[in-house]
Design a protein around this ligand. Structure first.
Ligand code: LLP
Length: 423
């Protein structure tokens, strides 16, 4: 359930008409509902009530510090994958003791930054990373808390680009080779083994791959125990899917009970890294129709609605062929047309929706692109020298700009013309 609803033919975010916000903020902009963010965080987190756990929100899915701060206030931690995300999480006031650091390519300075910040643990993804971390920790005179991200070779049955737990993916350490690394780590002076981790993919609509993964992890923890290695944390990663169209993902409560049932008998703290399931349907992208046009000549007539947001603002449709529901902000049940909703970028792949059924829309009308809260703004770029759009948060009948629309000046910030370039 979310707080984007039509009332008397007008789209509202909580108690505010989206069109009223657009009048003040201009378009395009991302719009988040605080009540929905809160509800989704709590629905997920409370499913694990009764067991030791930390919900470490996956910062990559939506990284505005207002949103991170909201989750921090609700008891959440953060799953980060870069020094930049660590900086954001700390700026947002997230407890470093609830921050875990994932990712295959951590640089030396990023490892150092994580150690300096006293994060909960690093999810180490290779033998070389383990050695580098040991060296950096030795240099700093500290012990690095470590969990290994194992690759369980489970098929998450999702889009190929976002499945990560198969043997052929670049992520993690093959589970059958991981014991050797744990033994090495135990012998290292500046490493402290804390846990075992995994993340098998994103937008999963089935519970069974998670259960299969947890079973493999449990068997592995048993093997570690046989080798006198005890662990404090089991990190199951993120990945629970949402409804974009007609998908029927598990309710977070169902997911939690299946996991809790499997965990029985294990005395470790559970770490979860949800992103999309919390923020995906808590945000929309609002865009204004610039032009409508029809191209004839081929076998069929094609209708286009050209809007002011493009693939640089929301890249999921272009990159993954992802579907996002698109509807006018003012509901109009009139004439239905089938059109492509396209942006201003000079690429054929620049579309927000293909063959979308829309009522008749005209220049100046506002459209809402739904389910844009996750991997929306965070994947935006300045391609075609387009300033990134504003982000806005609503709470009840109030709204605040939580990120200013970028200016023209910001587009060239840090650029300079060397003296050997003749003007
Ligand atoms: N933990 C790790 C280590 C991850 O790599 C990810 C996502 C998550 C947690 C959060 O997964 P979630 O709960 O959001 O599914 N850009 C793609 C999604 C890429 C996901 C990458 N990893 C998209 O727009 O669909």
């Amino acid at each position: 359930m979310n707080h984007f609803e039509y009332k008397n033919g007008e789209l509202f975010c909580e108690d505010l008409a989206v069109s009223d916000i657009a009048k003040e903020v201009g378009t395009p902009f991302y719009l988040y509902s605080k009540a929905t963010l809160t509800r989704h965080f709590q629905a997920f987190d409370s499913g694990f009530e009764g067991i030791d756990h930390i919900t470490c929100f996956a910062v990559k899915s939506c990284s505005n510090i207002a949103i991170l701060s909201l989750f921090g206030g609700l008891g959440g931690g953060a799953d980060i994958v870069s020094g930049g995300e660590l900086f954001r999480a700390l700026q947002a006031g997230i407890d470093p003791g609830k921050i875990i650091y994932s990712g295959v390519g951590k640089t030396e300075s990023e490892l150092r930054y994580g150690l300096q910040s006293n994060i909960l643990f690093f999810n180490v993804e290779s033998e070389q990373e383990l050695h580098r971390l040991n060296t950096v920790a030795a240099d700093m005179g500290v012990k690095a808390p470590v969990s290994f991200r194992v690759n369980p070779d489970v098929d998450p049955k999702t889009h190929a680009y976002i499945s990560t737990g198969l043997a052929k993916n670049k992520f993690g350490i093959p589970i059958h080779e991981a014991l050797d690394l744990y033994l090495q780590a135990e012998a290292m002076e500046h490493i402290e083994v804390k846990g075992v981790s995994c993340h098998i993919g994103s937008q999963l609509t089935l519970i069974s791959p998670f259960v299969e993964t947890l079973r493999k992890l449990k068997a592995f923890v048993g093997r570690l125990a046989e080798n006198e290695i005890t662990i404090q944390y089991i990190d199951l990663g993120g990945g629970v899917g949402i409804t974009y169209d007609d998908e029927e993902p598990p309710h977070p409560k169902e997911y939690a009970s299946a996991i809790k049932e499997e965990l029985d008998g294990l005395s470790a703290t559970l770490i979860l890294e949800p992103g999309r399931v919390i923020v995906g349907n808590a945000g929309i992208l609002v865009t204004e129709v610039q032009y409508t046009k029809s191209n004839r000549g081929g076998a069929e007539e094609k209708h286009f609605v050209v809007v002011d947001a493009g693939m640089n603002d929301l890249t999921r449709p272009s990159l993954y062929g992802a579907y996002h529901r698109i509807e006018p902000v003012k509901e109009d049940v009139d004439l239905v047309q089938v059109a492509d909703v396209v942006g201003p970028i000079c690429e054929t792949g620049d579309f927000l929706g293909k063959d979308i059924r829309l009522p008749h829309v005209e220049q100046g009308d506002l459209l809402a692109v739904f389910s844009a809260g996750a991997y929306g703004f965070t994947m935006a770029s300045n391609y075609n020298s387009r300033p990134r759009v504003a982000e806005v948060m609503v709470s009840g009948d109030q709204f605040r700009i939580i990120r200013e629309r970028e200016s023209m000046e910001s587009l060239i910030q840090g650029e300079s013309i060397p003296e050997f370039v003749e003007k």
